[in-house]
Design a protein around this ligand. Structure first.
Ligand SMILES: CC(C)(COP(=O)(O)OP(=O)(O)OC[C@H]1O[C@@H](n2cnc3c(N)ncnc32)[C@H](O)[C@@H]1OP(=O)(O)O)[C@@H](O)C(=O)NCCC(=O)NCCS
Length: 150
């Protein structure tokens, strides 16, 4: 059984933030062998939303964050599932939770191999593939519904 958590930046406890940064570091820096500034100053603002799933022992299984870019556009990022928990639909569950009831536009920069995950939620690739920190990415956008802005 898993538990869904949903918190704005200022609501995170030190232990929650530590677990989140630990998983991000384990996967994006160590597993993907990529030196980049994961701690980018965007985790603590009130308009940043963190969503994650924990297992029965409280361990962090999967995570993503939703940023608010200047102008109000929502940006999904740092989508990650612990290695041992992959392929069980956890990232898809977090995507569904992040987008539930949302009508505004969303954007994300997908690692090219993972585009299928986002396409299932209405994200459409745009522009050319590009390298970010040496990893191939593609920008994907999910249009607002019926001209909604929020
Ligand atoms: C990408 C990632 C978050 C997927 O997490 P997950 O919990 O295993 O994903 P799910 O089980 O919810 O899979 C949902 C969909 O994602 C896609 N997907 C997941 N892993 C994939 C992979 N390794 N290759 C291609 N597509 C994949 C599939 O479309 C899958 O749909 P399916 O169930 O019909 O096959 C996980 O593999 C991960 O943490 N990778 C390392 C970090 C990373 O690259 N994050 C993505 C940044 S854009």
């Amino acid at each position: 059984m898993t538990t869904l958590h949903d918190a704005a930046g200022p609501e995170l406890t030190a232990a929650q933030l530590y677990a989140i940064l630990r998983l991000r570091s384990e996967v994006f820096v160590v597993e993907q062998d990529c030196v980049y500034a994961d701690i980018d100053g965007r985790d603590l603002p009130a308009d940043t939303r963190h969503l994650w799933l924990t297992g029965e022992d409280g361990e962090l299984l999967a995570y993503l964050r939703v940023l608010t870019d200047p102008g109000g556009l929502r940006r999904i990022g740092r989508v990650v599932t612990a290695r041992a928990a992959r392929g069980r639909g956890l990232a898809a569950r977090l995507m569904a939770a992040a987008l539930a009831d949302a009508t505004g536009e969303f954007v994300l920069d997908a690692q090219t191999y993972a585009q299928g995950l986002y396409a299932r939620f209405g994200f459409v690739p745009e522009g050319e593939e590009f390298l970010e920190d040496g990893i191939p990415h593609r920008t994907m956008r999910r249009p607002a519904k019926d001209g909604a802005v929020g």
